[in-house]
Design a protein around this ligand. Structure first.
Ligand code: GTP
Ligand code: MG
Length: 370
């Protein structure tokens, strides 16, 4: 009513009220604009597919880089990755009955390292206390042979122990620098540090002036029921799958093939009605590990329908991509995908440039249609 009257007919009180109300309208309009412009990217995928690693790269690439203090915060995680990993190797060596190369040196040390309590955080002093023992064990051929037979671990090691992740070898090969007092992790060390995500973590980031909101979720089975909480107002889904895990079993039950599990999750998400009209991007990650793996392991042993060259990276990638693609019920568009290596900053910089253009174009088109 007041808006139909000229301000000359309003009392002083009404004028103040009207000015306040206009201010609120302007604020709401601005918030709405920002909200509509915010690009919300949801990172989904099974545990250990590389979602959090991809996000670390987004921080590095888009000006929220890790300074010395934030790199130092990764030390306990790296210590824990090494200690837990070595405990699994010791347990597996026993069960695989692989003789020690130097039993006089290693047998007793192994028992001591195996007894370390990993339920609490490991600080520098605690790690350095065991450091020489870990180094000695890694130098013994028995542990190296055990590591090479790691595919068999899932069947034999204690179920309460975490299976060694993909970064264990990297850390064991870099032990000497990690064993220094006052060691500061490099960015590459930080990118290899493994800590499973619990719950939902939001990372707002401005990229070329556009507000982006990256949403990282935990991918392990126990974490997935929480995913639906962040399904509103999604601009795009980045689905990560580890392409190198065709011969590995799930950490959670140690019997389901990881790539099958990953495909099943993909099938649910890609066909989810709420996501029908948003940009959907598949990252077949861990290309570096897949490239190494196809040299020695034949995918045919796990997927008998594979009928090309099992040692050709391209053929194996094509086969894995097709496994995912065949899960899509809507065949009207091509599956937008990239083969990535999330620990490689330059690779992710390149891939994200192209992904960003696609997302922004799709976003613009959908805003224009509204
Ligand atoms: N070699 C190699 N390692 C990778 C790659 N991507 C991720 N990793 C490593 O794989 C492990 C798991 O990666 P994360 O980023 O923690 O996986 P995630 O998807 O966030 O896992 P959850 O939080 O459990 O869902 C980490 O140790 C990473 O350093 C890759 O492309 N190559
Ligand atoms: Mg994570």
């Amino acid at each position: 009513m007041a808006s139909l009257l000229g301000s000359c007919c309003l009392s002083d009180h009404e004028k103040v009220q009207r000015s306040k109300s206009r201010k609120i309208d302007r604020m709401l309009a601005r918030d709405k604009m920002t909200f509509r412009r915010t690009v919300k990217l949801l990172l989904l995928g099974a545990g250990e597919s590389g979602k959090s690693t991809f996000l670390k790269q987004m921080r590095i690439i888009h000006g929220h880089d890790f300074d010395e203090d934030s790199l130092r915060e990764f030390k306990p995680t790296i210590y824990m990755n090494i200690l837990k990993g070595m405990k699994v190797l010791i347990d597996a060596r026993n069960k695989l009955v692989i003789p020690w190369e130097h039993p006089e040196k290693t047998q007793e040390i192994a028992a001591r390292v195996f007894a370390v309590d990993c339920s609490q955080s490991i600080d520098e002093a605690a790690f350095l206390y065991y450091f020489e023992s870990i180094e000695l064990l890694w130098q013994d051929r028995a542990i190296k042979i055990t590591f090479d037979r790691r595919r068999e671990f899932q069947l034999i090691v204690d179920k309460k122990m975490e299976l060694p992740g993909d970064s264990l070898k990297y850390f064991l090969d870099n032990l000497s620098k990690i064993g220094h007092k006052n060691y500061i992790p490099t960015k590459l060390d930080m990118l290899h540090a493994r800590k499973a995500t619990k719950g939902i973590v939001e990372h707002p980031m401005k990229i070329n002036g556009v507000p982006f909101l990256f949403v990282d979720v935990g991918g392990q089975r126990s974490q997935r029921p929480k995913w639906f909480k962040c399904f509103d107002d999604v601009t795009s889904i980045l689905f990560l799958a580890s392409s190198s895990e065709f011969d590995q079993m799930l950490q959670e039950d140690r019997k389901t093939n990881r790539i099958i599990e990953s495909c099943d999750i993909f099938e649910t998400i890609v066909n989810y009605p709420l996501f029908m009209n948003i940009a959907f991007i598949l990252f077949l990650n861990k290309t570096d590990l897949l490239e190494e793996k196809v040299k020695h392991v034949s995918i045919k042993d796990y997927f008998p329908s594979f009928n090309k060259d099992p040692h050709s990276l391209l053929h194996v990638q094509e086969f894995i991509l097709n496994m995912f693609d065949s899960k899509r019920r809507n065949r009207n568009s091509l599956l937008y995908h990239h083969f990535t290596t999330a620990i490689d900053t330059e690779n992710i910089r390149f891939v994200f440039e192209s992904v960003k253009s696609k997302i922004l174009q799709d976003n613009l088109r959908s805003l224009m249609l509204q």
